[in-house]
Design a protein around this ligand. Structure first.
Ligand code: GDP
Ligand code: MG
Length: 437
């Protein structure tokens, strides 16, 4: 999918300004690329429609070329399609959090159970692995091996027991031994069948899992989406773990599974090693699908242009001398992308940039300054003149910086404000003669 889309965007890029027709043509290519990547047809249709609606509307910013705009919209919508933000698993506030791992045979349940247990352990919890796959003789051994590798205990009763009894006994064992998370590795089948679903329903009724995580193999593409739909309908799932994303270069399953089931992908399996599990980040996946090189640079460029709008907003504030510490903080956070503060001040008409030397903000100090501003109350930030000695001391203590530093920042800020006031007075005086950019 990646290379396909990159080709499409390369064409867009070389065109500079695009007509409506070009956008339509590009979207046609995007559509084909998505279909070829095995993305669900209905999902593709809706996706293209959304993009078209957004692209045609008022949203095209003057600062962007239509090509950049289309890429930005495609990126945003890809992110939205995959759920927008990262979805985490939640833990019970008291007692045990049971997590049921379900899915077809070979999807990666056992491996992922081990990976997830390790991740949960690293968050300071005490997970227990429970082996409920009694059908394949080697399945419990495999889980034992996995558990040993990540140093997490494994509970099971052996293959002559019923999986529901094992789950129940596992929960009891966890309670008695102070485990707080139980990961149940269940059996899979080659295909969805009723016997499997019934067994899973019984386990669900017995342990009342906080999370049912469906493990699906990304490499199976559209099939993974169908599997997810069936499991969700029969059992009800809370989230999806998409495995083997390291070997899948189409991304079709990852793109459509959320749209079809309305359940988020929570984790991504990125390899066979037990450390290869990551929380699923829709933005990162979107970047991956769009490809890393040129396209990403273009998106960044588009983002930068958004920041330029913000700079214009700031400029207006400078003019009215309404600039406060909150704006200052906002500005600082953008400095890396936009260049130093004095450069922004330098954009103002009639400004002598050499006078701005005192407000030199070097990269190392950004974090300190940020800490100081964050230690101010809202009132102090908006009206710095109220910051007296006792307030300064409090701010210094709160930010872990010394009083001198706090003083210096406030002094520099006041100088800047004075300068802005003079400037805005000057501009008012010359009203009519000045043509503001
Ligand atoms: P189960 O039948 O659902 O329990 O699947 P397993 O956990 O036994 O995994 C089946 C195969 O997939 C094993 O060879 C795993 O090493 C492999 N596997 C699982 N997750 C991943 C992954 O994220 N990436 C890759 N490349 N292989 C994986
Ligand atoms: Mg297994």
């Amino acid at each position: 999918l990646s290379t396909k889309l990159q080709d499409v965007f390369k064409q867009l890029k070389s065109k500079g300004k695009l007509s409506d027709k070009d956008v339509k043509l590009a979207l046609r290519e995007v559509k084909l690329a998505l279909l070829e990547a095995d993305v669900n047809f209905k999902v593709v249709k809706q996706f293209i429609k959304t993009i078209e609606e957004r692209a045609v509307g008022t949203e095209v910013l003057e600062s962007l070329t239509p090509g950049q705009q289309v890429i930005k919209i495609v990126n945003d919508e890809l992110v939205a399609l995959m759920g927008g933000t990262q979805s985490k698993i939640t833990f019970a506030s008291k007692g045990i959090t049971p997590i049921m791992m379900v899915g077809l045979q070979g999807a990666g349940k056992t491996t992922t159970s081990g990976k997830l247990a390790a991740l949960i352990k690293s968050q300071g919890k005490r997970p227990l692995l429970v082996g409920c796959d009694v059908y394949r003789p080697a399945a419990i051994d495999q889980l034992m091996k996995v558990g040993k590798q990540v140093n997490i205990p494994v509970f099971s009763l052996g293959t002559d027991h019923n999986p529901v009894d094992i789950a129940k006994a596992g929960m009891e064992y966890a309670r008695e031994n102070n485990f707080d998370v139980v990961l149940l590795d269940t059996a899979g089948r080659l295909h969805i069948d009723e016997v499997l679903m019934d067994e899973l329903k019984f386990i669900k009724a017995e342990v009342k899992p906080r999370e049912i995580l469906l493990v699906v193999d990304a490499m199976t593409g559209q099939d993974a989406v169908n599997v997810a739909e069936s499991f969700n309908e029969a059992l009800g799932i809370d989230g999806i773990v998409m495995t083997k994303l390291d070997s899948d270069n189409r991304g079709g399953a990852a793109l459509s599974v959320k749209a079809v089931t309305n359940k988020p992908i929570k984790y991504a399996g990125m390899g066979e090693k037990l450390s290869d599990l990551e929380p699923f980040h829709p933005e990162r996946m979107a970047s991956r699908i769009l490809g890393m090189g040129d396209v990403l640079t273009l998106i960044e460029k588009a983002q930068q242009n958004y920041d330029e709008d913000k700079a214009k907003e700031l400029e207006a504030k400078f003019r009215k001398a309404e600039f406060n510490f909150d704006d200052f903080l906002d500005q600082m956070r953008q400095i890396k992308k936009m260049g130093p503060l004095n450069q922004i001040l330098g954009m103002l008409p009639g400004m002598n940039t050499s006078k701005l030397g005192e407000i030199d903000v070097d990269d190392k100090q950004l974090a300190y300054i940020e800490a100081i501003i964050l230690s101010m109350t809202k009132e102090e930030r908006q009206n710095p003149s109220i910051i007296n000695m006792s307030r300064k001391k409090r701010i210094a203590a709160g930010s872990g910086r010394d009083l001198q530093e706090v003083n210096r920042l406030i002094k520099q800020f006041e100088q800047m404000q004075t300068m802005m006031k003079q400037m805005s007075g000057m501009m008012k005086g010359k009203k009519g003669k000045f043509k503001l950019p």
